[in-house]
Design a protein around this ligand. Structure first.
Ligand code: PEP
Ligand code: MG
Length: 620
């Protein structure tokens, strides 16, 4: 008997084997009490008072968790990145608990005769539906926060601990129907070996946190707890998305081997922290992070990012009814620059339209939004919007420069000082777009200099994302007029293969290793080298270790990715001699299909594993 295999979804990679700790907090008085909840409440004031008392207990529970996460983040110890991530989630949830809108909705429902439980459900459902209906994935996730708070509030109303805590024996695999971010953060990290949950998907908070904590997790297992008794030996396979109950024989051996490998890898990657990203033959590669807001800066630094290769600034405008002004934007940008402490930060101008709606602009519905009114096209068509953003970045650059605004930067030196702030234009297809944007940048700069808000001698580089095949094909011409390239492989792949990146039915055509995609990247790498400007990449491919050698061979010298991918990509850079990477790229460009390229890459990388197993970790 190999044991029982239960299928869920992969939540966080790695394999963990250990005793199950089944954690099913007492069902709150929900099911049976539901009828009572909708009965008319005889004393509305008493119901409101009961709700306010429950909320106070919930606030206190959140305050305790926020405090713990803050302490853990402040200690800067291993796991501080997870603590930062958790802190951001908890603080956002803590604010929602106090939301006056929520209280108002509950008061109204109680006044209409509902009991506090039913009123809470109604208010929470309304809020959650509002968020769930938004197109922006980040904002959609807020629905999850609202529901989590609703559950905690109902527990508090039932007289239970609002955020139940599990007391874990060491080495446990926590098995639970669901687990909020708060409850996960409240666990003893040292004791938690793995996580198996009935609910949740790969983008849920609990999955994001488990990944940043390095805890293997399988989610979405449904009603699996009937199959797991307390203390049973279980194995979480976070890659396959499977939970094994009482694995035995060969299966047990396979899982135990995988667990040892995963642990050794974690240790190896941890050992790379603080080491430079340099190939064995001496090429220094810049490893930088993609961020979506100031909250991502700390985790990026923690993971060893040498800068920000892509700041997706559009969180400032998506889903908003009014647009942020120059000062509000400048403040956000300055905070990021300062937090990065002089390391380079690439601000991408608003990449809106397509799948990112901006209510304030009343953008029309389109039949082909990815081919339509998007990104730089909108910016050039709404020059005030783009100019405001350019001024905001310039102001932030000036304020973060030594000497502050309008200050000493660049004065009296040997030439213009270069700011760590860089500006990047998304979805460029033509040279005219670059020229018009540069004119707007010069105008913005002139206005600020006149207002004494920007020093004459400070240079803020202007680069472009190469996401449209047309741009890659004229890369040599573009390279003469921009300061850097960054390949937006997510879009470049979808446009090259004409395969919508959000349409699952054509997912098979979305091929990062297609020779056509590689040729376009190669054109950018060559053109950049010829013109003496840097060529980076900031799409998902940049964080895929399987693509690292190819990208280096094609001339890419800066790799930008989510913080979680940095260590693996660094390991890849450190074992890839540039000469071999070039040869690999040459062979890949001669391939006819993505499958052939993948096979080539697999064989190339197998060399490391074999050499590593033989003890020669650095040998190719
Ligand atoms: C890309 O297209 O690769 C990219 C980084 O931009 P986004 O994913 O934000 O469209
Ligand atoms: Mg893009």
């Amino acid at each position: 008997m190999a044991g029982l295999r239960l299928r869920g979804v992969a939540g966080s990679p790695g394999v963990a084997l250990g005793p199950a700790f089944v954690f099913a907090p007492a069902a709150r008085a929900a099911g049976g009490g539901a009828e009572a909840e909708v009965q008319a409440s005889a004393a509305p004031e008493a119901e409101v008072a009961r709700w306010l008392e429950a909320r106070a207990r919930l606030e206190a529970a959140y305050d305790r968790l926020v405090e713990r996460a803050r302490e853990a983040a402040g200690r800067g110890a291993a796991g501080a990145a997870a603590a930062e991530e958790g802190l951001a989630i908890l603080e956002a949830q803590r604010m929602m608990v106090d939301d006056p809108g929520l209280e108002q909705a509950v008061r109204e429902a109680v006044a209409a005769g509902k009991r506090a439980e039913a009123a809470t459900r109604e208010a929470v459902d309304r809020y959650a539906a509002l968020f769930a209906g938004l197109e922006d994935a980040y904002l959609r996730q807020r629905a999850e926060d609202v529901r989590e708070i609703g559950e905690a509030m109902l527990r508090a109303l039932a007289g239970e601990e609002p955020i139940p805590l599990a007391d874990l024996p060491p080495g446990s695999i926590l098995c639970a129907p669901e687990l909020g971010a708060g409850a996960l953060l409240a666990l003893d990290r040292e004791a938690l070996a793995g996580l198996a949950l009935g609910s949740g998907g790969p983008t849920s908070h609990v999955a994001i946190l488990a990944r940043s904590m390095g805890v293997p997790a399988v989610l979405g297992l449904g009603d699996f707890l009937d199959e797991v008794r307390q203390g049973a030996r279980v194995a979480v396979d976070g890659e396959a998305g499977e939970l094994w109950v009482e694995p035995a024989g060969e299966e047990l051996e396979r899982l135990a081997r995988a667990e040892r490998r995963a642990r050794a890898e974690r240790e190896e990657l941890a050992g790379l922290a603080g080491q430079p990203a340099v190939t064995p033959d001496g090429l220094r590669v810049e490893l930088v992070a993609n961020i979506g807001g100031p909250g991502d800066v700390e985790p990026a630094l923690e993971a060893g990012a040498e800068g920000v290769g892509l700041f997706r600034t559009e969180f400032l405008v998506t889903g908003r009814e009014t647009l942020p002004g120059e000062a509000e934007q400048a403040e956000v940008y300055r905070r990021v620059l300062e937090a990065m402490g002089g390391r380079p930060v690439i601000f991408r101008t608003f990449d809106i339209g397509g799948d990112k709606p901006v209510p304030a602009l009343h953008l029309p519905q389109e039949a082909n939004p990815f081919l339509g009114y998007r990104a730089i096209r909108i910016g050039l068509d709404h020059p005030d919007l783009l100019r405001t953003q350019l001024r905001a970045v310039l102001r932030a650059a000036a304020e973060a420069a030594p000497g502050g605004k309008g200050g000493a930067a660049g004065r009296g030196g040997t030439g213009p000082a270069e700011s760590p702030a860089r500006i990047m234009l998304p979805m460029v297809a033509t040279l005219e777009e670059v020229r018009r944007a540069r004119r707007l940048l010069e105008e913005a700069r002139g206005e600020l200099v006149a207002r004494g808000l920007f020093p004459e001698g400070l240079r803020v580089p202007l680069g472009i994302m190469v996401e449209v095949p047309a741009a890659a094909l004229i890369a040599r011409r573009l390279a003469r007029e921009v300061d850097f390239f960054s390949i937006g492989s997510n879009d470049l792949i979808q446009y090259t293969l004409a395969a919508d990146r959000t349409d699952e039915r054509v997912a098979g055509l979305y091929q990062p290793f297609h020779p056509a995609v590689l040729r376009l990247i190669g054109l950018c790498g060559e053109a950049a080298e010829e013109a003496g400007i840097p060529c980076g990449i900031c799409g998902e491919m940049g964080g895929d270790p399987r693509a690292t050698a190819l990208l280096l061979g094609l001339g890419v010298r800066e790799l930008s990715m989510t913080a979680a991918s940095l260590a693996r990509v660094k390991r890849e850079v450190r074992r890839t001699p540039l000469a071999r990477a070039r040869e690999l790229a040459r062979q890949a460009l001669a391939c006819a299909t993505a499958a052939e390229v993948e096979e080539l890459v697999r064989a190339f990388r197998e060399g490391w594993t074999a050499a590593g197993a033989a003890g020669g970790a650095d040998a190719p």
